[in-house]
Design a protein around this ligand. Structure first.
Ligand code: ADP
Ligand code: MG
Ligand code: MG
Length: 947
């Protein structure tokens, strides 16, 4: 098992404290407000830090997630609702931050507050910590504001020691149970608090099982478990040089601190990075009276969902284990039973569970993910939260909840993560091809979607292969939270053990990764990097494909085909045959009612434009004309234009390009059905259209050694000469954008002519067109003035020639900081601005977007940057540049149209910023359009323009 968090707790703490201190400093900066940031740490030592729940009353409730964490807030809420929740108390997230700030110590006042709550808990439980007649046992549970499944630590059965275990035995007359609980406690405490690797304990446990000929854990009797306890205590002594701590109060303090430390363990940090959860919010600690699912056959423990989290179907869903404790279900040690079977074994508890969970769903008005334990036929609720679900399920559940009148369309929109919609667009297999391939094995369908790729056997390899651009399938016996980075880069995940609520399943669904779990026929040799299944051996790098909706796994490379939604949009499937399309469309139609921002797409080709329109884009925000230069048969003409040494030659080449560009624009305009289309004049440095210098040199050398000469060779030499002339040290800051149009005005002339001629043609056909001609990379108003004069002159000529009326706009991209800072001057010439946030980010940070990959990861590890500023708009630094341009621009021209066409236009959290700053529209790639529609609605509902 990969163990990253090795080293003595003290050393780990020191490291964590350092990181936290950095985090706290950043959090303290007023502008550094993360998206989901909670209220900052309160300094006052006078505040309330511990919140009790029990006896039908709690000091907290569901609204207090910032202080109590999700788990604590919901335990309080359930207690207040009169549900059977074991009593306990929550130590607030503020204490976690104090713990880090004070370098691992807590002020005496907080220690006293905790002690008072322990006393209160002892009273409520009618038992005493460490008692030899009636000992109180508790769990110490982590729980942050946002759920981070399995990322942090929890300790069960705390309070046991050599004397108390006898007390527990006497009270329950169940020695097996008492010692089973004690050995679990030592193992968890040893691992979590004392940093002893799990397998050291596993090893002792297996040895005893082996000696006694036991196959299942449950077959060990009291005597065997007493021996396990002795061995475990020896492990602790050998590993730490100290005896296992016997004082329950000391056990409690040590465990609490360990939970605080687990907030900063590497996997938790990685998880927060992926899910955009700020580091400074900290975790709460819940101390709760234990209830026992391991007292015998009349006890059980389980987890479940009120609906199917993979498909969204309205069915009771989950798993349980008889005679077990909580962690056994998720750990995949024994294979659990489907929850519906609980009805046969413990009908009363089942009925109550069903009734309670229905009530919870109504109360929270969302699908619930719950934990329960039955102790001697009595049901206890241990956790509830809004369930994580696949994108597919999110859409199904939200539309169902509206139909059931549990929520309104507005709430449905706020409930769905916009990214889910892109999951629904991901491809599936061609069913005919898929059926023709023999089945290798079948597992549990944990997360839908089709995946195909090279097999890898651990998370680090997954990252290595993925970095080389190869699709990978991560195959593991079972995933653990440490695997998160590998899961993230995989096409899909397959595991051999574990149920529908195992780690792989939960995380797979959340990430929207197709996943198949519990494929028990896979015989995986993780060390040897291969697996066998039904006599076949599959090695690292071989191809495997699977369908996460059916659980089928096949050993082959299989091409995928468009999702159902795309098939409907393409006309390959009638709308009435696709339930999911109708739901998807419903969500988007609702979204449109709540958004102010317009949605456009970045598209260069008519077919892209058509798809974008079908997805709901109303306009093109960026049509990159140079992409058209790479089209069939065009490159030689473009090269001739570049190589031309006289204006006459250049014009001749441009004249050849003219009809081609006109045709392109005609198609794009037509696909947009009268919506505005923004066309950008040529942008990249010209050398991008020529062969590489090195390649040319090799070719020339080869021709020379072969003794070739003549025209062919002369041409190559001439080309090389021009390539060398065009060479720039820093092409991104070089001869590109508006600078090209200024040096070669005939290019702008040709492009304008192509645009306006196409528009006139359509106008003659009676089709409405709204061309917007956009000049890139403007930093000085005079650059724009120069180009605008050309555009207006040529457009005037064409319109006169054609004798039709066509209205067009001239505007600019705002992507050079100087252009933004002088936006009032620029707006005097520009009828619209489109923020090119890729270049603007590049030029504001001074990061080359093509080279940032070399150091971004290090920046993120060192917490210098949270996120890739090219993926998520940098509100703090680039934000003010945009804001300034908006304000200056609108001051100079009140009807200035404002949009964004960088990658950020399709990123939900960036869209929130664009809403706030008051842009008119966002433009993104066609596939992101649905995401942007939903995100814009959410932004419209939750932020006020001008905030
Ligand atoms: P996680 O966040 O990893 O699920 P939890 O704090 O929820 O961690 O606890 C881990 C497991 O232990 C869960 O299955 C939970 O139901 C169980 N558990 C926690 N506290 C208690 C308790 N007081 N009595 C019985 N089982 C518990
Ligand atoms: Mg839990
Ligand atoms: Mg640009």
């Amino acid at each position: 098992m990969a163990k990253k968090a090795t080293g003595k707790p003290a050393r780990r703490l020191a490291k964590a404290v350092k990181t936290m201190a950095r985090v706290a400093r950043r959090a303290a900066r007023p502008a550094a407000k993360a998206k989901k940031a909670a209220t900052p740490v309160k300094k006052a030592a006078t505040g309330k830090y511990v919140y009790f729940f029990g006896n039908g009353k709690a000091e907290g409730d569901r609204t207090m997630r910032d202080a109590l964490g999700g788990k604590g807030a919901n335990l309080a809420e359930m207690t207040n609702a009169g549900l059977p929740v074991p009593p306990g108390f929550t130590i607030s997230t503020d204490v976690c931050n104090i713990y880090y700030k004070d370098k691992g110590k807590l002020p005496a006042s907080i220690e006293t507050e905790i002690k008072r709550n322990v006393d209160k808990l002892e009273k409520a439980a009618g038992a005493t910590l460490g008692s030899t007649t009636n000992p109180l046992l508790v769990s110490v549970r982590s729980g942050a504001k946002f759920s981070m499944p399995g990322m942090m630590d929890t300790i069960l059965n705390l309070g046991l020691n050599d004397a108390a275990v006898e007390g527990l035995k006497a009270r329950t007359s169940n020695g097996r149970f008492a010692f089973d609980s004690y050995r679990r406690f030592i193992q968890m405490f040893g691992n979590v608090v004392l940093d002893i690797p799990k397998d050291v304990f596993e090893h002792e446990f297996e040895a005893v099982k082996h000696e006694r000929g036991a196959r299942q854990d449950t077959e060990l009797d009291e005597a065997a478990l007493r021996e396990v306890v002795e061995r475990y205590k020896r492990v602790v002594r050998d590993r730490t040089g100290r005896d296992f701590p016997q004082d329950p109060h000391q056990q409690l303090a040590m465990s609490r601190d360990a939970v605080f430390r687990s907030w900063m363990n590497p996997r938790a940090q990685e998880y927060r990075r992926i899910y955009d959860i700020p580091d400074h919010i900290g975790t709460a600690v819940n101390v709760q009276m234990m209830v026992f699912g391991n007292t015998g056959d009349r006890s059980a423990t389980g987890v479940g969902f009120t609906r199917n989290p993979a498909t969204g179907a309205n069915e009771f869903y989950g798993e349980f284990l008889i005679n077990a404790q909580g962690e056994d279900v998720v750990a995949g040690i024994r294979t659990p039973q489907p929850i519906v079977e609980l009805e046969n074994v413990m009908p009363k508890a089942f009925r109550e569970l069903r009734q309670i969970t229905k009530r919870l769903e109504k109360h929270y008005r969302d699908i619930q993910d719950f934990e329960f334990t039955v102790q001697d036929e009595k049901l206890y609720m241990l956790q509830t939260r809004n369930g994580k679900r696949t994108g597919y399920a999110a859409v199904v559940i939200a539309t169902d909840l509206v139909a059931e009148k549990l929520i309104s369309p507005k709430e449905a929109i706020l409930q769905i993560d916009p990214e889910s919609l892109s999951q629904l667009l991901s491809p599936g297999f061609d069913q005919k091809e898929w059926k023709s391939i023999p089945l290798a094995t079948k597992g549990l369908p944990a997360s839908p979607g089709a995946a195909s790729g090279h097999v890898v056997f651990n998370a680090d390899d997954a990252v290595k292969w993925a970095d080389q651009g190869k699709p990978v399938i991560l195959v593991r016996r079972e995933t653990v939270p440490d695997d998160i980075h590998g899961m993230y880069v995989s096409q899909g995940i397959v595991t051999a053990t574990g149920g529908m609520t195992s780690h792989a399943a939960v995380v797979g669904r959340q990430m929207g990764k197709p996943s198949v779990v519990g494929a028990g026929e896979l015989n995986i040799d993780e060390g040897g990097k291969q697996f066998t299944v039904n006599g076949k051996t599959v090695k690292e790098g071989d191809f495997v494909s699977f369908d996460g909706l059916t659980g089928e796994v096949k050993i082959a490379r299989v091409a995928s085909k468009p999702s159902e939604i795309l098939q409907v949009l393409n006309g390959q499937m009638p709308e009435k045959d696709s339930d999911i399309y109708r739901r998807f469309n419903q969500i988007l139609t609702w979204s449109d009612k709540f958004r102010r921002l317009g949605i456009r797409a970045n598209a260069d080709q008519p077919d892209q434009a058509e798809l974008a329109y079908a997805f709901g884009a109303r306009g093109i925000g960026l049509c990159r004309t140079e992409h058209m230069f790479f089209g069939e048969g065009r490159i030689p003409i473009v090269q001739r234009m570049i190589l031309a040494t006289t204006e006459a030659d250049r014009r001749a080449a441009l004249n050849e390009l003219l009809p081609m560009q006109r045709g392109d624009f005609y198609g794009v305009f037509k696909a947009m059905h009268g919506e505005p289309v923004t066309i950008r004049t040529i942008d990249p440095p010209l050398h991008e259209f020529l062969p590489k210098r090195e390649e040319l040199m090799v070719e020339i050398a080869q021709m020379e050694t072969k003794g070739q000469s003549g025209k062919e060779l002369d041409k190559k030499r001439e080309l090389l000469h021009r390539v060398e002339q065009l060479h720039e040290f820093n092409p991104m800051l070089g001869h590109r954008g508006v600078r090209l149009g200024i040096t070669y005005p005939e290019i702008t002339e040709m492009q304008t002519r192509a645009i306006i001629e196409a528009a006139c043609q359509l106008a003659k056909e009676g089709i409405k067109v709204v061309p917007e001609i956009m000049i890139p990379l403007v930093g000085h108003v005079k650059e724009l003035r120069d180009q605008k004069a050309i555009v207006d002159r040529v457009a005037g000529e064409v319109i006169a020639e054609q004798g039709v009326r066509v209205k067009y706009l001239v505007g600019t991209m705002i992507e050079v900081p100087r252009g933004a800072m002088t936006a009032d001057q620029v707006a005097a010439e520009a009828q619209f601005f489109s923020f090119g946030t890729n270049d603007l980010t590049q030029l504001t940070f001074g990061f080359s977007r093509d080279d940032i990959g070399k150091f971004l990861r290090i920046y993120q590890d060192k917490k210098i940057l949270d996120k890739d500023p090219f993926a998520t708009f940098d509100v703090d630094g680039v934000g003010p540049v945009v804001r300034t341009a908006v304000e200056l621009g609108r001051k100079a021209r009140t009807d200035l149209k404002l949009g964004v066409c960088g990658e950020h236009g399709g990123d939900p959290s960036s869209i929130h910023f664009f809403e706030k700053v008051g842009l008119d529209y966002v433009s993104c790639s066609p596939y992101r359009v649905p995401v942007a529609r939903l995100a814009a609605a959410q932004a419209g509902l939750s932020v006020k323009v001008g905030d």
